[in-house]
Ligand binder design. Structure first.
Ligand code: ZN
Length: 143
């Protein structure tokens, strides 16, 4: 099994700005702070979101568009690199006014009010590359 080990680096709390796109906000924050590898959590609320579910048989993402206010009941992700640029991989559980939940891979969301906790990881900087077994862009370990 391929892996890498890390030391904890800096930790950050931040608010993505109202009305901005959440995933891009996290990537931009990491760029500004020169964070290359990290894990993060995000909770709060969004004005709408696009999530996807990966169809394993077809090897493609199927989009779920949610154009309504939602709570980020749970959000978790990691930061590494794809095509030489910082890339945030984010999964969320979003809930509506009735508490009905939608979950999946977050593509984009418009921030209402969100709180992000970032734990920087110090060690090997991972780049994602196409994996023919899954059809996904997965981490390429050097070791
Ligand atoms: Zn995903």
């Amino acid at each position: 099994m391929a892996s890498a080990s890390y030391q904890p680096g800096r930790t950050f709390l931040f608010f993505p700005q109202y009305n901005l796109e959440l995933v891009r906000s996290i990537v931009n924050f990491a760029k500004e702070k020169k964070v290359k590898m990290a894990v993060f959590t995000v909770i709060g609320a969004v004005k709408g979101a696009s999530i996807t579910s990966y169809n394993q048989a077809k090897r493609e993402y199927e989009k779920i568009q949610l154009d309504k206010p939602l709570e980020i009941a749970s959000g978790f992700g990691n930061l590494s690199s794809k095509n030489g640029k910082p890339f945030a991989h984010v999964h969320v559980v979003l809930s509506d006014a009735a508490g009905k939940a939608y979950g999946g891979h977050l593509i984009r969301a418009t921030v209402f009010a969100s709180e992000v906790f970032i734990q920087e990881l110090r060690g090997e900087e991972l780049e994602r590359e196409y994996n023919p077994t899954t059809g996904l862009a997965m981490w390429k370990f050097k070791g």
